[in-house]
Design a protein around this ligand. Structure first.
Ligand code: NAI
Length: 348
């Protein structure tokens, strides 16, 4: 099935979609800019072995749109952007990231980029040698972004538990963390330190085992995590995980984490609500890196983790209260609220 890019752009209000090809490295990539109405577009670079060009394009569109929602809900004066690199065997990573950096620099500050799945510290260092519009690692950058995301997700989980039970009561909680990459390992560690019993997994079993051990969590084999009876399921791998099959198998009361676009389709939010599962909207609980990265670029200071947590708690609580008063799933409420705010600022 083809995709009508311009139709999709006008339907969803995108500003720009750029296809990139580097003759020397063979790099193929997309950059999507969803919204720059009140400030630059913010969004990381995802490198993934997409099954098709169409899948990569759909991903960059969905992810950049979610970034605009994330900005309005976090109170960040900017909008959504994203880049995806189609990973292929033999791709020259250094050359590819340098090429991306040059292109981002050429956009003159319309798009600020940073890490996402597949884009690690080495990639950020190559990028930052080519462009000023990227979050730097080290002392002259905004600080650890994955740590900020983990702090926000942790604060969101705490707000969700307090909403359900009036208290976090960490000592009595069983929590599953799916994905032990940059964010998942840090989140698992925080949860363990708070007193929870944490089960964690990663499809990269060797790395996952090491990360689980470092965090003090119990490693479980990939795909067994779905059925573990738990208080909280924290998705920190890839999006699209909540669909007909996984929702049937999940045995959790609260779902909250870092993975973007966790619902395969929005109606899966209704399915979860019907089953009595509270799903917190991903673009609210995973805003930590955006808050830290964007405010560093815009205001020139490092945002402390406590401030990240406070902002995520404020927006999570706002959504939860509204959802309760309207008797609607928080994921739908957050989406509508964000879209109303985007429409209001576009028409102002
Ligand atoms: P990462 O690439 O460091 O880690 C992702 C991990 O998930 C990898 O170790 C991978 O092997 C694992 N994984 C993939 N599919 C899996 C599956 N089906 N089951 C178990 N493990 C699986 O990525 P990072 O930075 O930790 O991000 C995690 C998620 O959070 C992503 O969806 C990302 O878009 C989202 N996110 C990350 C932010 C950040 O600050 N890094 C900010 C906001 C969202």
């Amino acid at each position: 099935m083809g995709i009508h890019v311009l139709d999709a752009m006008s339907r969803e209000g995108f500003e720009e979609v750029i296809g990139l090809h580097d003759r020397e490295s063979g790099l193929k990539a997309f950059i999507a800019i969803h919204d720059t109405k009140v400030g630059p577009a913010f969004g990381g670079i995802r490198r993934w072995s997409y099954i098709s060009e169409r899948a990569a394009l759909m991903d960059v569109l969905r992810l950049s749109r979610a970034m605009t929602r994330k900005c309005v809900m976090a109170g960040v004066p900017g909008g959504g952007g994203k880049a995806v690199i189609i990973d292929e065997p033999g791709l020259d990573l250094e050359r590819s990231y340098r090429f991306m950096g040059q292109r981002v620099e050429g956009m003159g500050g319309r798009f600020y980029t940073g890490p996402d799945v597949g884009t690690d510290g080495a990639a950020l260092d190559w990028l930052s040698e080519e462009t000023q519009f990227v979050t730097r690692t080290g002392a002259d950058g905004p600080g650890d972004l994955a740590e900020a995301t983990a702090a926000g997700a942790f604060a969101g989980i705490r707000a969700g538990l307090e909403f359900l039970d009036g208290e976090a009561a960490w000592d009595s909680r069983r929590i599953v963390v799916q994905g032990l990459g940059g964010v998942g390992e840090r989140l698992a560690k925080r949860l363990v330190e708070a007193g929870a019993t944490v089960f964690a997994t990663d499809i990269d079993v060797e790395r996952g085992r090491r990360a689980a051990e470092a965090a003090g969590a119990e490693f479980v084999e990939p795909s067994t995590e779905v059925t573990i009876a738990c208080d909280v399921f924290a998705p920190c791998a890839l999006g699209g995980f909540l669909h007909d099959v996984t929702i049937e198998r999940l045995n959790a009361r609260l779902i909250a984490g870092a993975a973007n676009n966790i619902l395969a389709k929005i109606h899966h939010a209704d399915m979860l609500a019907e089953r009595g599962v509270l799903l917190l909207p991903d673009f609210v609980t995973n805003a930590g890196a955006l808050i830290r990265g964007a405010l560093w670029h815009l205001e020139g200071h490092q945002v402390p983790l406590e401030d990240v947590e406070a902002r995520v708690v404020a927006s999570t609580s706002e959504v939860l209260q509204l959802a309760a008063s309207e008797a609607r799933p928080p994921a739908r409420v957050a989406r509508d609220l964000a879209d109303e705010r985007i429409a209001a600022r576009r028409s102002s």
